[in-house]
Design a protein around this ligand. Structure first.
Ligand SMILES: Cc1ncc(COP(=O)(O)O)c(C=O)c1O
Length: 410
């Protein structure tokens, strides 16, 4: 690990104070041109005594705007201190966790996984347009049927057709024969360029797609493609639970990755991450953003710099070993839960290194699912699965309650 380390409370506080001091201070400096200010004093007291020792809350009050992308070209000088904090977060993820070469990535902290996924598809769509003069109607998105709904949403926004690939019912693995048929039919439909969304891991099952399933086929058929990994859920789990994972930038075919901090990392909402290799993000440069220094390469525009600070605080409070320990505990709880289900002969799906257990719905009466807030795959009579997500607050004692309830009806 080059950038990720554990820092003491004092070191963290000093770093954030320094970053904030390098930003414009709306209460002290003469800053006349921004349509922005710190949070409203009448509502959010900026001199509350507890803020002194609470760097994250202090950042929310200071209200920096991280508009634009800070790994590429120039950025707004008014927020340069906290933009550096965002760059540190991105370096930890891109270089230390996802193994890209130093300075060989771009990215930003997006409002969430949905935006990061749409940004990825937008970048690829424009890449195909810029490089091959492609028409929207010649571009296709390929993703498994278990893929998050942000992908159909993006397909709709970007006007690119999505081909949904079936998976095997029991093991949630992509059906290779169907995939081949679907791609061949897409080619017959006039599709020439492919955007692949490979999951690490899916929302409902925690299943991890093998990107080779897609890339081997498209290479065999000699079709141009770009590969994005949706790690919104698994990005802070799988690289730690599976040290042998190669679903990262060490695979030269992987172009970009989504990771959410507001899921496993328990960061505030608004902390998704989009990362890509250098040479791609400029495909979505909005040149018309002339009032923004460095212009804009992101989908959202204005976004909270305080979120970058909250994210940084979590990373540098745990450090890599602390985070690995946390994920190991969740894995142990998941193993325990699966053992209990095995004893009861209850069928479920679990990707070995993940912390989601998805149980066949026939074992769970509706009232039990409601009592324990189990999430169904579908909110309709057709539902076939309920999931349990072993998050930080889901302890063995909580899981035991469900196991006991299941025992009573077996
Ligand atoms: C795999 C996956 N991708 C994308 C998303 C979308 O993330 P967000 O809700 O942060 O937009 C989710 C959310 O659950 C997800 O699980």
């Amino acid at each position: 690990m080059k950038y990720w380390k554990k820092l003491s409370q004092k070191e963290r506080q000093d770093s954030i104070e320094k970053a904030l001091s390098e930003n414009v201070d709306f209460s002290q400096d003469t800053s006349l041109g921004y349509p922005a200010s710190k949070l409203d004093d009448k509502v959010f007291y900026s001199d509350a005594p507890f803020l002194k020792d609470a760097p994250t809350l202090k950042s929310y009050v200071a209200n920096p705007n991280h508009i634009g992308c800070h790994t590429f070209g120039s950025s707004e000088v008014a927020f340069k201190g906290t933009q550096e904090i965002e760059r540190e977060v991105l370096k930890v993820l891109a270089v230390d966790v996802f193994k890209v070469e130093e300075n060989e990535f771009d990215g930003y902290i997006a409002p969430g996984g949905t935006e990061a996924n749409i940004q990825a598809m937008w970048v690829f769509r424009n890449y195909f347009i810029n490089k091959y003069n492609a028409k929207n109607s010649e571009i296709a998105i390929l993703a498994s049927e278990d893929t998050h709904y942000s992908i159909p949403k993006g397909s709709n926004v970007l006007s690119i057709k999505l081909y949904s690939i079936p998976v095997e019912f029991k093991d949630r693995v992509i059906d290779k024969i169907e995939l081949e048929k679907i791609v061949e039919n897409a080619v017959k439909d006039g599709k020439k360029y492919f955007i692949i969304i490979s999951n690490m891991a899916t929302t409902m099952f925690g299943s991890v797609d093998d990107p080779k399933t897609y890339t081997n086929l498209l290479e065999k058929l000699d079709l141009p493609y770009k590969l994005h990994i949706d790690g919104a859920y698994g990005g802070f789990v799988y690289p730690f639970s599976n040290k042998k994972s190669t679903i990262n930038f060490s695979n030269p075919k992987i172009c970009s990755i989504t990771i959410d901090a507001h899921k496993m990392l328990q960061a505030p909402y608004g902390t998704g991450v989009y990362l890509c290799r250098k040479g791609l993000i400029e495909n979505v440069l909005t040149k018309e953003a002339e009032y923004v220094e460095g212009m804009d390469l992101t989908l959202c525009g204005s976004r909270s710099g305080a979120n970058a600070i909250a994210f940084w605080m979590i990373l540098f409070t745990y450090g890599p070993y602390g985070w690995y320990e946390k994920i190991s505990v969740l894995q142990m709880r998941t193993d325990w839960f699966c053992k209990q289900l095995n004893k009861l002969d209850i069928k479920y799906f679990r990707e070995e290194k993940m912390n989601i257990v998805t149980i066949h719905a026939r074992y769970i009466p509706k009232d039990m699912a409601e009592k324990y807030h189990l999430v169904p795959q579908k909110h309709s009579e057709e539902n076939k699965w309920y999931k349990v997500v072993i998050m930080d607050h889901v302890e063995i004692d909580n899981l035991l309650q469900l196991i006991n309830a299941l025992k009573e009806i077996r």
